[in-house]
Design a protein around this ligand. Structure first.
Ligand code: GAR
Length: 262
């Protein structure tokens, strides 16, 4: 089987990155990590890349924001279209301060352009987000998921989606008093942690559990789940389909879901 080329983005410790590197090196994933990118020069994930001789790079979002404020439009990519992004993300300028929203999306596209430029020097088949704590806008997503290639950005989230999207999945699970927690791997779409689900793993939350023990239980399952999900992608077994379901009262609901081929 041909090996797939995997690009990984991290913001922090990179234990999921390590799980994927180890699975590739041990032959459990028919693939190879071809780059590690980060928005944080202190991310320990970069050190892990170095140890495995994987090319690594950093895109400094804060510096890009400063340049934007000094040069204004100068830093915005030529192919950025604010109205297209607003429409795709269903953001409406009238619901907030339009200048602030334009600034936020302009800076984000500038940073994403820098990411794409760095990533493009290392051709890849799959982009894996392993604790990358920036949301990706349609500007970025459309330039990675070009029509021939389809969905090829995966994310791991520390909760059983669609419960608790956002930045603190285990914290939200704990504070809600859930009796079960878990993690989810999904393809990335324009929404926040809303893309089609590839796999999930769950664990029981016992009365004595703390946020720390919940994180620990969850992370161990994340490493297994990410390995399994990337392997399924590498084996060409993930099929994305549109399904229409009939609801009561003659209503219908349409969903994009992932089917796993045997
Ligand atoms: C993981 O728990 C992952 O699910 C979470 O960040 C942690 C990264 O750990 N991701 C998110 O919250 C994304 N919204 P790691 O750096 O050790 O892989």
């Amino acid at each position: 089987m041909n090996k797939i080329r995997i690009g990984v983005l991290v913001s922090g410790g990179g234990s999921n990155l390590q799980a994927i590197i180890d699975a590739c090196e041990a032959g459990r994933i028919p693939g190879k990590v071809v780059f590690v990118g980060s928005d944080n020069s202190d991310a320990y994930g970069l050190e892990r890349a170095k140890r495995h001789k994987i090319p690594a790079f950093v895109v400094n979002y804060r510096k890009i924001a400063r340049c934007y404020d000094q040069e204004k439009e100068g830093t915005i990519p030529d192919d950025f279209n604010l109205h297209e992004i607003l429409e795709k993300q269903r953001l409406f300028p009238q619901s907030g301060d339009p200048t602030k929203l334009a600034r936020f999306l302009g800076i984000r596209a500038s940073a994403e352009r820098a990411l794409i430029d760095k990533m493009n020097t290392h051709p890849f088949d799959l982009l894996v987000l392993a604790g990358f704590m920036r949301t990706l806008s349609p500007y970025f997503i459309d330039r990675i998921n070009m029509s021939r290639l389809g969905h090829r950005i995966m994310n791991i989230h520390p909760a059983l989606l669609p419960a608790f999207p956002g930045t603190d999945g285990y914290g939200d699970t704990f504070r809600y008093g859930c009796k079960v927690g878990g993690c989810t791997v999904h393809f990335v779409d324009y929404g926040e942690d809303s893309g089609p689900i590839i796999g999930q793993k769950a664990f029981e939350i016992d009365p004595g559990d703390t946020l720390e023990t919940i994180k620990e239980k969850g992370l161990h399952l994340e490493w297994e789940l990410y390995e399994d999900s990337v392997r399924l992608f590498a084996e060409g077994r993930l099929k994305i389909i549109r399904k229409v379901f009939d609801l009561k009262g003659g209503r219908k609901i349409e969903r994009t879901i992932v089917e796993i081929e045997s």
